[in-house]
Structure formats: C-alpha cells, structure tokens
Ligand binder design. Sequence first.
Ligand SMILES: NC(=O)C1=CN([C@@H]2O[C@H](COP(=O)(O)OP(=O)(O)OC[C@H]3O[C@@H](n4cnc5c(N)ncnc54)[C@H](OP(=O)(O)O)[C@@H]3O)[C@@H](O)[C@H]2O)C=CC1
Ligand SMILES: O=C(O)C1=N[C@H](C(=O)O)C[C@H](O)C1
Length: 273
Amino acid sequence: MIKVAVTGAAGRMGSGIIRKITQQDDMEVVAAIEIPNSPLAGVDAGIQAGAGELGVKIVGAEKLEETLKESEADVLVDFTIAHAAVETVKKATACGVNVVVGTTGFTDEQMAENIKNVKDNDVKAVISSNMSIGVNVFFNTLKKLTPILNDFDIEIIEAHHNQKKDAPSGTAMTAFEVIANELDRDPEEVGVYGRQGMVGKRTKEEIGLHAIRGGDIVGDHTVMFVGDGERIEFTHRAHTREVFIAGVIRAIRYIPDAESGIVSSMNDVLGLE
Ligand SMILES: NC(=O)C1=CN([C@@H]2O[C@H](COP(=O)(O)OP(=O)(O)OC[C@H]3O[C@@H](n4cnc5c(N)ncnc54)[C@H](OP(=O)(O)O)[C@@H]3O)[C@@H](O)[C@H]2O)C=CC1
Ligand SMILES: O=C(O)C1=N[C@H](C(=O)O)C[C@H](O)C1
C-alpha cells in the first residue's frame, strides 16, 4: 500500500486526487494538508473532497513535518502555488518523503532548489507542469515538428479558467523551453510575453507567449507555426481535470521504481519517447 500525503487538499486538483486515490486498491490517503492555520483544519479530508469519510483530518501546513512523520507517508503530492510548494518540497524531502509535484509557476531558481532538495536528500520525485498523457505526447511531437518548421514564426497561446493565478501556464512554459531548445535559442532572449504598443516588427528569432483567462476553461494550448502562405496550429485541449489526475495516479505508482536523487519526468512515468 502506498501511503500518500496531499497538500492543497481542498483545491481543485488536491480534492480530485483524494477522490481518485480512494478508488485505488494499492494506495491510500494518510495525510491532507492545507494552507497554514487553515479554517478547514479538523475537517475530514474525504468529506471535503466529496469521497465520503476517510478518517483523515485536514491539518494546516504549519504542522507539515510532524504530520508527515506521524502518518509515515511514502509520497507527498503537491498541487498548490509555487512559493508554498518550494517550502513543502524542502520540508518533505528533508523528512525523507518522496514527492510528486504538479504545481506550476516556479522561477528557474525555485525549480533548481526543488531539484537540489531531491538530490541532497536522495529521495524519489516526479515533477511535471502537465500530468496528462495527451500533453506529454504533445511535447514529444513538438520536439519533432520544431526542427522541420524552423523557418516559421512560432507563437504559443494558452487558455485557462478565471481562477488560475500563474501566467503563462506551466505547460506553455515547458512547450516554449522545448521549442527554444530545439532551435538552439536562449529562452531568456527570445520569449515575448504578450505585445502592446509600438513594439516594432516581429523578429525572426522571437517566440510569443499569450495567456487567455476566462470562465471554466480546463486548459488549452496551441503552438502556431506561421509561414508565408500557410500555417500549422497544433493544439491540445483538456476537457476535464481527470486527465491530469490519471497522470498523478500513474506518477504515484511509479515512485517505488523511480531512481533516487533525481527528478523523473512524465515521459519516464508513461514510458514515452
Ligand atoms: N501539472 C499538472 O498536470 C497540473 C498542474 N496544475 C497546477 O496545480 C496548482 C494548483 O491548481 P488548482 O488545484 O487549480 O489550484 P487551487 O487554488 O484550487 O488549489 C490549491 C490549493 O492549495 C492550497 N494551498 C496554498 N498554499 C498551501 C500550503 N502552503 N500548503 C498546503 N496547501 C496550500 C490553497 O489554499 P487557498 O485556496 O486557501 O490558498 C488551495 O486549496 C497550480 O499551480 C496549477 O497550475 C493544475 C492542474 C494540472
Ligand atoms: O492551473 C491549471 O488549471 C492548470 N495548470 C497547469 C499549467 O499551468 O500548465 C496544467 C493545466 O493546463 C491546468
């Protein structure tokens, strides 16, 4: 039985992950953590998630370390917000707990800190901006398309629900890094985040990133390759968060076989590439 702790337990992803884990016979929720001093502390995590009573009470993040120790969690799953996730990964890895992280919006420095904490504490980890199988095939296909279309202008457009806090999405940022890497372009130099005013003509090298926010859009990503006289619009659309949650379940199941001290990718989990 894999013992799972979930941070962001009352969030859109966290509650869906708790519901899904209760339907598996090889894993169980042993801890559910919310923001420090959460008003939800003491509430049953299963009831909160709509999965029926679990006998696991939500605790505030100020009790993270003691909760991880008492619950003997094998894996912590984090879908929260970047600044909180960095601290959570630091504390969980220091307690020897493996991590599955889907939170987005990390700066390069924050991601480097996550990787260092996994390495220094020799734990197992899966970190990915998008856990869906479709998006990971999308990334791999982009890797193949980009060198062929290297002369086209490339723009990335993402659309998400009106509750999303980070922009551009983590998935758009990963797509951007894949493309920049394939084209040997420095992401620091070629990223153009929206355009406004007299920005001048588009340069050949730049890659535009654009974020749309509205209603209940689960998550759409389009990479536009625009040439003279034709264009390719390569799109992934998530219809439901269940696609991300299915990936999380596979990532949890992958952890026992994962290599220690490194961050595994969803390609590793899904056996892609
Ligand atoms: N990799 C992937 O496949 C996917 C990634 N995501 C990413 O996951 C993250 C969460 O998304 P979503 O579930 O929609 O967001 P929500 O805002 O619905 O959920 C986040 C939850 O985390 C809580 N939280 C904040 N800080 C802490 C903390 N220190 N400890 C414990 N809990 C905390 C929040 O509480 P409060 O609301 O009170 O602040 C909230 O309940 C985002 O970064 C999003 O981009 C989302 C979908 C798929
Ligand atoms: O916040 C979301 O909802 C999502 N976030 C991830 C991202 O930023 O890429 C993944 C998915 O698109 C949904």
